[in-house]
Design a protein. Structure first.
Lengths: 249, 61
């Protein structure tokens, strides 16, 4: 146990996290590409036409994965922020920052694809119901986090302020998830849940899960890729940065 | 397989605008993020190179 703990903290040092992230991101990128191709194939060529929504339902294969990832990434940010406050490791704040743009993008995609799905099925691009409104608030939380951390010059203070926003804002995630149960919403209830068997054809479910894994791998790979630049910026005067072959003149 | 031809596939049962509008923006979003991330990496590396050169210049007698 003691041995394991030392290893974890060793990886938390920017100097060792930089090459680790550099080794990991290509694997996640490759995984994301393969899974996305498989998911798109399942979604467009294997999954059958829906008996109610015809071919229009195929938006589900990006809408649901994007929405799930918008929530998962925010929780991951809150997790890193929590680690940062608890152990005061420098890498925590950098990982929180590295995740934010991808989370904001998935939240935007969730809202956008939702609007394009709502118009033909509900007859409207947007309603102020609990699900849609709380997802919009999530988008503002991401934007607020990015604006807040980039407005503070001192990186450690930016990490602390942003980390607090990530932790407090995480309250919104269960509100989004349960909004369709707690309130009357135009948005339908969950088609997939942990407590009951899914209310959709198996192949549709598989296509959705494969796309979700693809988006997950993309987000992880992107965060590892992005965090390396933050490390370099913050450690620019450290000796080990000067010895990197990628900045040799 | 629900499609008898490519025309049918692209038409998406009349939902082409909504389906391709969704997938198109997902693709565009990912492409934009990748481009920005790669651009930032080369900007940071370039910045570091000149930062290092300045540091050496100051150290020189």
């Amino acid at each position: 146990m003691e041995h394991l703990r030392i290893r974890w903290f060793q990886w938390a040092a920017p100097q060792s996290f930089y090459p680790l992230a550099g080794r990991l991101w290509p694997w996640f990128a490759a995984l994301a590409a393969v899974l996305a191709l498989a998911g798109l194939y399942l979604g467009f060529f294997v999954a059958p036409t829906d008996f109610q929504q015809g071919e229009g339902y195929r938006i589900i294969f990006v809408h649901v994965p994007a929405s799930w990832m918008s929530m998962v990434i925010y929780l991951a940010m809150a997790f890193w922020a929590f680690l940062g406050f608890t152990f005061n490791t420098r890498i925590s704040g950098m990982m929180t920052q590295a995740l934010a743009p991808t989370g904001a993008m998935f939240t935007f995609l969730s809202l956008w694809t939702g609007a394009l799905w709502g118009k033909p099925m509900w007859g409207t691009w947007w309603v102020w119901d609990a699900r849609l409104t709380s997802e919009l608030i999530l988008f503002f939380l991401y934007m607020g986090y990015i604006a807040l951390t980039s407005a503070i010059d001192d990186p450690r203070r930016a990490d602390r302020a942003g980390g607090l926003l990530a932790l407090v804002g995480a309250v919104n995630v269960p509100i989004i998830y349960f909004s369709v149960k707690w309130w009357n919403t135009l948005h339908q209830g969950a088609s997939v849940s942990l407590t009951k068997s899914p209310s959709m054809a198996a192949v549709m479910l598989w296509a959705m899960l494969v796309m979700t894994l693809a988006f997950w791998a993309y987000a992880v790979g992107m965060a590892f890729y992005r965090v390396r630049q933050t490390i370099l910026e913050r450690e620019q005067d450290a000796a080990w940065v000067g010895e990197l072959k990628e900045i040799a003149p | 397989m629900s499609w008898n031809s490519w025309e049918e596939f692209w038409d998406m049962g009349g939902y082409a605008f909504f389906v391709w509008g969704s997938y198109g923006v997902v693709f565009a979003g990912v492409a934009l993020e990748l481009w920005l991330a790669v651009r930032r990496r080369s900007a940071v590396l370039n910045g570091l190179r000149s930062h290092r050169e300045d540091a050496y210049a100051e150290d020189a007698p």
